[in-house]
Design a protein around this ligand. Sequence first.
Ligand SMILES: [Zn+2]
Length: 296
Amino acid sequence: MKVNLNRTHSGKTDTYHGSSGFYVPDPHQSQHRSPARTRRRRKGCLTVFLILVLAIGSLMWYRSQAASRGDVTPPTLNTPFSMVHPIASLRARDAEQATWSAISAQDPTAMEHELTLEDAFFRRATTQAREWQVLLLPTPQQLASPLSDTLVVTSPFGLREHPTIGQELEHHGVDLVAAAGTPVMAAARGVVVWRGNKLGYGNCVVVRHGTHLSTIYGHLSHIGVHTGQSVSKGEAIGLSGSTGFSTGPHLHFEVRRDGTPVNPLSLLAPSLPVRSSVQCYTSGGALWNQYRDTHT
Ligand SMILES: [Zn+2]
């Protein structure tokens, strides 16, 4: 059997010499490429690549350090830019900007829509445990105060007129008097399952206390914990502020049982004095209901 080793492609011929079948490139094609120049070019490419890897690596390291330190840029619009998901974070920013514009333009459905989205988000955050430590914690029967001073409620749990838009909306927590920069403390032993920014809640921390109970602390000026961190009862997790939908510095304190908001005052120790901006009373379901009955 005879095989033709000289193959012809469109106008050029590759020649196989002898019976070994080694391919000998056409000497006219490579005669202008000097080996030293090729080496230099490769070296240049490698240097640029290494510089890029180093730059991206150090930027990611810096960002992770910043995140663990709890540095959060004080926002008006709250979605931070993510180096890991740049396109997604830009889209989220655009969406947030659009929502904010609509709310500013007094679009009655915009605020409701945003609050619905945030409620769904916090429902997920307070029911889906990605931190294994959560499963080991017992659910506390009672919560400690998130502030060291006497609690003064300025806006109760339940249906209320929203202070920034004047619309009648469900309030998922209580608003407590707290001057800007007041230390905010974990209401029970738990694990930080989310920390970050939401348009309405501003800088916010979500702590899981076992599988059923979670607490949310909103409008913070500074977050001092990172996701996955274990916190003990009374440990400072941040400083109060006025980020998000807020008319002034205060703490939005929210409690969720299996994702559903419950009145935080019903879980505080009954001996703990709680005042409203209108009248004095102690916490505990009965008294709180009485308060609500007289005011709604
Ligand atoms: Zn609130």
